[in-house]
Design a binder for this molecule. Structure first.
Ligand SMILES: [Zn+2]
Length: 419
């Protein structure tokens, strides 16, 4: 083994030197001591003092040295601070109460975002619990140092977690495509808590539009808390209603019209619910054969396809005129299901037409939902809600997009990226 000087150089902890090294079971124990100054910083206020009361050996796991996992030992002082009384001394390379050094925490934290915690724990030679705590500290630190944005467009959505009716309300920033908050249940209270706790008054004032489904409690709370914001109905949800109406027409026309027709319409549900532009080749022919057999179904299909245009106009008058034209096309068709859909659209026209003034990004709503589902699937048994929210934030913000971002997370000096 080289001299302690060399070891100090390799360890590379500014202000510390190696005084002793021992090896057992592939684990290297390195005893370190401060170099130079004999005054210690108070962990509470940062003021320095030389009044040491006692010292106690503490250990931290650190980055491995080639084939060896490393444990650092340092006699941490208890000092008498003139302002705070008896405190522990501040140690620069680790957080208060942490069992791993800051640089190891960063490595574990980054690894945990792309592999299970158990794998990261094995890779870095620490226990699962240590890895999990390091990951949480890493995420908390990242979230804390990010700037507070004032999003113009918010998204409110519900997700279902696990079996049964366990719903969660998700609040997201649609401009940047990030999750802001997560709350159990989908009641007025859950959204109110989210808006009040996750956003401050200045952020409330900046919100111009909220994209949501037609869930009544959400609408009430948005009107109550964000008085100036406009509600916009999620295109996906509106079109879902349209598809449900189309499906009802299919049932009416084929399944309740005797066995011959029933055989004809069997197994066509998914084909019918797909959009025309995504249907290709032989499937298109199949669909056309279906329409040849039943004109009313064809008419309903065309009416649903037309609804896409609701979001193409630049003015509210345009939207209204289009809807009127749509009603005209519906007349005398004897399609009660589509008429009911028309009433529904008319009732919610404000929230649909508001899109002209506030073009929120519906694609972002979808992609956030997909990401959330992926994270939830991986974190099936996660009990810690705060951790789950942090993971969701990380996954939707995905702050590591290049090798440079990754370097910024792994080297501690210029603290964290702002992304
Ligand atoms: Zn102090």
């Amino acid at each position: 083994m080289g001299s302690l000087r060399d070891c100090t150089w390799i360890l590379g902890l500014a202000g510390f030197r190696v005084v002793m090294m021992a090896e057992a079971d592939g684990r290297l124990t390195i005893r370190i001591e401060r170099r130079g100054i004999r005054r210690y910083a108070c962990s509470w206020c940062g003021r320095r003092t030389s009044r040491v009361r006692s010292r106690r050996d503490r250990t931290w796991d650190d980055l491995p040295w080639a084939a060896h996992h490393v444990t650092l030992v340092y006699p941490q002082r208890r000092i008498v601070c003139r302002h705070c009384g008896i405190r522990t001394e501040r140690v620069e390379f680790a957080d208060a109460k942490a069992r791993v050094t800051r640089r190891l925490r960063q490595q574990i934290g980054v690894d945990c975002q792309s592999m299970p915690t158990s794998h990261a724990a094995v890779r870095h030679g620490v226990s699962w619990g240590k890895a999990r705590r390091a990951e949480k500290a890493f995420l908390v630190e990242w979230d804390r140092t990010r700037p507070k944005r004032r999003p113009r467009h918010l998204g409110v959505d519900e997700i279902q977690r696990g079996k049964g009716q366990r719903f969660w309300t998700v609040l997201s920033d649609l401009v940047r495509g990030e999750v802001i908050g997560l709350q159990q249940d989908r009641t007025e209270d859950s959204l109110r808590t989210l808006l009040r706790e996750r956003l401050d008054v200045r952020q409330h004032a900046a919100v111009e539009a909220v994209c949501t489904d037609m869930h009544r409690p959400y609408l009430n709370v948005v009107a109550e808390v964000l008085t100036k914001a406009e509600t916009i109905f999620d295109k996906f949800h509106v079109l879902q209603h349209a598809s449900a109406a189309l499906d009802e027409v299919r049932r009416q026309e084929f399944f309740r019209a005797g066995p011959v027709m029933r055989e004809h319409g069997r197994g066509k549900r998914w084909l019918l619910l797909r959009r025309w532009k995504t249907v290709r080749g032989s499937k298109r022919a199949e669909l056309q054969a279906l329409f040849a057999a039943n004109r009313r179904l064809f008419k309903a299909y065309v009416l649903r396809e037309l609804l896409d245009r609701l979001w193409m106009y630049k003015t509210r008058t345009g939207v209204l005129n289009f809807l009127m034209g749509w009603f005209k096309a519906l007349r005398w068709q004897r399609l009660p299901e589509m008429e009911r859909l028309g009433d529904f659209l008319l009732k919610h026209i404000n929230g649909i037409a508001a899109y002209c003034d506030h073009p929120v990004r519906f694609g972002v709503v979808e992609s956030i939902n997909t990401t959330i589902k992926a994270v939830l699937r991986r974190a099936r048994g996660m009990r810690d809600e705060r951790m789950l929210l942090l993971k969701l934030k990380w996954a939707t913000a995905h702050p590591i997009r290049s090798a440079r971002d990754l370097m910024r997370f792994l080297t501690i000096q210029p603290l964290y990226s702002n992304r």
